[in-house]
Design a binder for this molecule. Structure first.
Ligand code: CO8
Length: 258
């Protein structure tokens, strides 16, 4: 059904693998459209977590496709940037958590894709960077928006102005990734985190994602009120009743997402 993305499912976990090995999984319009289509039809009642990774052991995503961008004019450049930015925003606002399992180069649009995910883990050979200014452009899939939010203004500016990539251990040090593991253990680690998430009450996880994303740019008083409203909604769910009852009875709970 898709040419450049592969989809697998393991119980309640979905895995999307970007697969364009000849260009190190660089993102062209077709790949972005396939991702958009998949995300649009993603069943958040069936899956409790999505993992995004790249095919092979060399590259997660080596950026947007430079051969596609090379001859774009101004409006076309804006349209291409908007395409990627909108797909990445769908990832960021998907009702289930998304884990980036970064298996190699995450450059330009690849780093931006990872940043749109909720959690990033990577293999030891991963390289992160925003090399766009070396090509005469700026990060155009929301990198100037998210990098500073994730690692702070100073490090974001250094990465974007110099265009120099950083290794996995440095990405860990600055908080760009949550964990670094040997390549063969990457998907197991991603699955481990995904399964931990999937065992929890899905409506509560969804509510927590909504809160964290929405409150980030609010002032503190507004954010506290917002959280309080969503916190209250949790008490209208069966999961809350079942989760607390099971705790008090010292029983194991299976959440239904109701
Ligand atoms: N686009 C297109 N093709 C690519 C890309 C890319 N981003 N990256 C790699 N490739 C291709 C190479 O051209 C090469 O193709 P071929 O075999 O036909 O020559 C193949 O993949 C293998 O690459 P290399 O031979 O270069 O492999 P190396 O191991 O020597 O190097 C690197 C790997 C370091 C990853 C190197 O390929 C590289 O520097 N790639 C480009 C990285 C980059 O600059 N990425 C940022 C692109 S710009 C971007 O992402 C902007 C996002 C916002 C866009 C907004 C639009 C307006």
């Amino acid at each position: 059904m898709y040419n450049y993305i592969k989809i697998e499912e393991k119980n309640a976990i979905a895995i999307l693998t970007i697969s364009a090995p000849k260009s190190l999984n660089a993102l062209n319009t077709t790949i972005l459209n396939e991702m958009d289509n998949y995300l649009t039809h993603f069943d958040c009642n069936r899956y409790r977590c999505l993992i995004i990774t790249g095919d092979g052991e060399k590259s997660f995503v080596a950026g947007a496709d430079i051969s596609e961008m090379a001859n774009l004019n101004e409006p076309q450049g804006q349209t291409f940037g908007n395409r990627g930015a909108m797909v990445f925003r769908k990832i960021e606002t998907l009702h289930v958590p998304v884990i980036a399992a970064v298996n190699g180069f995450a450059l330009g649009g690849g780093c931006e894709l990872a940043m749109a995910c909720d959690i990033r883990i990577c293999s030891e050979n991963a390289r992160f960077g925003q090399p766009e200014v070396g090509l005469g452009i700026i990060p155009g899939f929301s990198g100037t928006v998210r990098l500073a939010r994730l690692v702070g203004m100073g490090m974001a500016k250094q990465l974007i102005y110099t265009g120099k990539p950083i290794k996995a251990d440095e990405a860990l040090r600055i908080g760009l990734v949550n964990a670094v593991v040997p390549q063969p253990e990457l998907m197991d680690k991603a699955m481990e985190i995904a399964n931990q998430i999937a065992a929890n009450a899905p409506l509560a996880v969804k509510a927590a994602k909504l809160c964290i994303n929405s409150e980030y740019d609010m002032d503190v008083d507004e954010a506290i009120l917002y959280e309080n409203g969503i916190f209250g909604h949790c008490f209208a769910t069966e999961d809350q009743k079942n989760g607390m009852k099971a705790f008090l009875n010292k029983e194991k709970v299976t959440f239904e997402g109701k």
